[in-house]
Structure formats: structure tokens, C-alpha cells
Design a binder for this molecule. Structure first.
Ligand code: ZN
Length: 129
């Protein structure tokens, strides 16, 4: 599925989009793999709360400061985004039971933009069990 991000860094809740893909697949039991096809973005599961979303971005800035001298910046000037993507990982795997994603009440699936704004592609693979 295609996503257009609107900021340099942001968390985009894609849970409803993934649920739509699941519904269209007709799969009742199995696993769902959500992956990003980009090296400067990530996929995570956490709570969709405004303050927490800012905290996550602040944490990434603290762990991987934007204004540091990175080797990759000499050719692409976005090393920080790549390094943050390494920390987040490129996919999440979620069980599917009775046609529903097995997620807790406060769990949402996020696409994390780390070098936006850009047009992005998220791949959702449903595997029937
Ligand atoms: Zn790069």
C-alpha cells in the first residue's frame, strides 16, 4: 500500500489500512507480515498517543543525533535516518485469528518516517495457516 508522508519524521498509524488488507484477503487464521521497502523508515507497534509519539521521535534524536558527523552523509546526507531505521527494524509480524489481527487494546501499527516527506510503499503479506 502507498503512503504519502508529510514531515521529516513522523509516526503514521496504519492499523486500519492493514485491517482492510486483511479483510480483503479473506484469511481467518494465519500471520500478517507488515514491512517497509525503504532504508530510512521503520515499522513498529505501540500506543497511538500524541505525547508518546513525540517521545519516540525524541528518543530517536537522543540515540542518533541529527547533527553528527556520519560517513554516509558525505554521499547522501541522511545517515541519521538510516541509523534510526536500523534501531526500529523494517517489519512486524502479527498473528491473525478469527479474521482479526491479534493486537492488544492499546497496540497500533505505525509506519515511521525518518527521512520525509516522501511517497512510501508498505508491503502487507498475509500467510494462511
Ligand atoms: Zn542515504
Amino acid at each position: 500500500m502507498d503512503i504519502r508522508t508529510t514531515a521529516r519524521t513522523e509516526l503514521i498509524d496504519i492499523t486500519d489500512l492493514v485491517r482492510t488488507v486483511l479483510k480483503e484477503s479473506g484469511i481467518k487464521d494465519g500471520i500478517c507480515v507488515i514491512s517497509t521497502r525503504h532504508t530510512t523508515s521503520g515499522i513498529i507497534v505501540n500506543e497511538n498517543e500524541r505525547g508518546l509519539k513525540n517521545d519516540i521521535l525524541d528518543m530517536l534524536e537522543a540515540l542518533v543525533p541529527e547533527n553528527k558527523s556520519y560517513a554516509h552523509n558525505s554521499i547522501d546526507n541522511n545517515a541519521g535516518a538510516h541509523l534510526r531505521a536500523v534501531l526500529l527494524g523494517m517489519s512486524e509480524t502479527i498473528p491473525v485469528e478469527d479474521g482479526h489481527l491479534v493486537l492488544g487494546t492499546w497496540q497500533s501499527i505505525f509506519f515511521v518516517e525518518l527521512d520525509g516527506p516522501r511517497d512510501r510503499t508498505v508491503h502487507v503479506k498475509m500467510i494462511k495457516s
